[in-house]
Design a protein around this ligand. Structure first.
Ligand SMILES: *Cc1c(COP(=O)(O)O)cnc(C)c1O
Length: 376
């Protein structure tokens, strides 16, 4: 059994993927070209944004977004405490201070209340300039964009949506990747839409911003092209082969993969209801279920369940064992006395089960039986 079965997906899409890769090989156009252009158009249309700018990975996408936002020393960048380090690493690298916020205890996403407290704390201290909020749709579950957008408007902060885990998800009828001034995603193989290597993208509606992001991705190119360098940028682009792989995968995600994830999640939810804390997806939201996350009653029960899964060779993961505020790299970030009780509690009790669109009923039943047997 696989935690995420990329082989099963390849078997389903092999003919199209192979034909597309062969087409790139015979064209010998490995950077840019028709596959990259078509992919950007399809991604923008799917997400519901005017522009998609592909790049080398999700971390670069966030770095380019932060560069475009002018993030630098003296700025406060607000982010959820439960995420992967890549959400804030670029802002930190650009010299900003990271102000972590606690999570909502139900969705495990950025808590709007904690966000507002932290913004007010930064304001009243008066040392840092509140600049950007990075909202992460954790495990594919969309953030509370109504509340978060309102806070960003009230305090004049730029919102960046980190949709690395939520491609395909939606909030009140709008797809993830369409929130904030800039949204970013990742095509790392294990994400809901993954390629066969590294890849990423940015989504925006503003034409000027699109030009700036494209410039930042290509060595700060100016109107005169790539040897007319007008600012410091990166070399960050999506290979043609990755675009060729992503096109059939995007179609499959839209046609049946997202639905298959919902079916698998429902089966888990039904089996674990009343025994373990199952994922909460708010009304009018659809999760991409990048991960299927459960909470045990305490760390001891979590560890017993994991040990039992290990014994039966059932793949499992802990996303994430440590909240960001407790990581060694962030020990000098400002705290303002905020507690991270929900994040601490979440990290102590969480574990994740195999979840992908090709999970068979019988395999899933094995996982369910093993978890229930150990969840005493
Ligand atoms: C995977 C991930 C990223 C980074 O994406 P890469 O393509 O691996 O650089 C950023 N944020 C979150 C929440 C992620 O899960």
């Amino acid at each position: 059994m696989q935690f995420i079965d990329l082989n099963a997906q390849y078997r389903a899409l092999q003919a199209e993927i192979d034909a597309n890769i062969r087409s790139v090989l015979s064209s010998a156009q490995f950077i840019g070209g028709p596959f990259v252009r078509e992919l950007e158009e399809r991604l923008a249309a799917y997400v519901g944004r005017k522009h998609c700018i592909s790049c080398a990975n999700g971390t670069d996408a966030l770095q380019v977004a932060c560069m475009a936002a002018g993030v630098g020393p003296g700025d406060a960048v607000f982010c959820t405490d439960v995420t992967m380090v890549a959400s804030v690493e670029p802002a930190k690298m650009l010299g900003a201070s990271i102000v972590f916020c606690d999570i909502d205890p139900h969705t495990y996403n950025l808590s709007p209340d904690s966000l507002e407290r932290q913004i007010l704390a930064v304001q009243s201290e008066g040392k840092l300039h509140p600049k950007v909020v990075i909202a992460v749709d954790i495990f594919g579950n969309p953030c509370d964009y109504h509340a978060i957008s309102h806070i960003c408007e009230t305090y004049d902060l730029l919102l960046i949506e980190d949709a690395a885990q939520s491609f395909g998800a939606s909030y009140h009828g709008k797809r993830c990747g369409s929130f904030g001034t800039i949204a970013t995603t990742s095509f790392f193989p294990a994400k809901p839409l993954g390629c066969y290597g590294d890849g990423g993208a940015l989504f925006v509606d503003d034409d000027e911003l699109e030009k700036l992001l494209r410039s930042l991705c290509v060595h700060g190119k100016g109107p005169g092209g790539k040897y007319d360098n007008v600012r410091v940028g990166l070399n960050s682009r999506l290979d043609a082969i990755q675009a060729a792989v992503l096109l059939p995968k995007l179609k499959a995600l839209d046609e049946y993969e997202l639905a298959a994830r919902q079916t698998a999640a429902r089966r888990y939810n039904d089996a674990f209801a009343g025994r373990l804390v199952t994922p909460f997806v708010a009304e009018r939201c659809v999760s991409a279920y990048a991960q299927y996350v459960l909470l045990a009653k305490d760390a001891g029960q979590r560890d017993r369940i994991i040990a039992s899964l290990e014994e039966k060779n059932i793949p499992n993961m802990v996303y994430y064992p440590t909240p960001q505020h407790a990581l060694p790299v962030f020990q000098n970030e400002p705290r303002y006395g905020e507690t991270f009780l929900n994040a601490d509690d979440y990290c102590a009790r969480t574990f994740s089960l195999p979840m992908h669109p090709y999970l068979e009923t019988q395999e899933q039943q094995q996982v369910i039986d093993a978890v229930l047997e150990a969840a005493i």
